[in-house]
Design a protein around this ligand. Structure first.
Ligand SMILES: C[S@@+](CC[C@H](N)C(=O)[O-])C[C@H]1O[C@@H](n2cnc3c(N)ncnc32)[C@H](O)[C@@H]1O
Length: 152
């Protein structure tokens, strides 16, 4: 799988995605803050992560992603969406870079100060043109999964 993590931070989830991405899988870990990418780089240099070779660090803004259309099978983002000034534009950018039928997974944790209800996340995704696929989790943490359908 070709995966994009939006707002990877210091990489709490990135290494898991890299291991799950398959033999030829790749994870593009994108963040707007260079210091977060530096922390992820440091994490990847630890002995337990030295075998992980399929993570590419990318400095960038989700509102203007530095990728071609139809590039990714999966885009995921954890406790990021509510921080964004233009959520609709950001979601449409994610959709642009996703392959038709690709998956967007949005995860939120109750401990995050910006925590939105599931219904809020679903509404944001649908307003950006995604099709709701699955909701998993509970009040403490949840993931809303969408599919990217593209008009020809
Ligand atoms: C609350 S942290 C979550 C980090 C990580 N996803 C995690 O769960 O540990 C939000 C992250 O989103 C990043 N971010 C905020 N605005 C962004 C933008 N416009 N484009 C890309 N990343 C952004 C921040 O720099 C920060 O690393």
């Amino acid at each position: 799988m070709r995966i994009l993590e939006v707002g990877c931070g210091s990489g709490a989830f990135t290494t898991f995605a890299a291991k799950a991405s398959g033999i030829k899988g790749e994870v593009y870990a994108l963040d707007i803050q260079p210091k977060m990418l530096m922390q992820l780089k440091k994490k990847l240099s630890r002995p337990e992560n030295r075998d992980i070779k399929n993570i590419k660090l990318v400095e960038g803004d989700v509102h203007k992603l530095p990728f071609d259309d139809n590039s990714f099978d999966l885009v995921y983002t954890v406790t990021v969406l509510q921080e964004l000034p233009d959520k609709n534009r950001a979601l449409k950018e994610m959709k642009r870079v996703m392959k038709p039928g690709g998956i967007l997974a949005v995860t939120e944790f109750l401990l995050d100060p910006d925590y939105p209800l599931k219904s809020t996340t679903i509404k944001l995704g649908e307003e950006a043109g995604f099709i709701l696929d699955k909701v998993a989790g509970n009040l403490w943490n949840y993931t809303v999964r969408f599919k990217a359908q593209k008009s020809m």
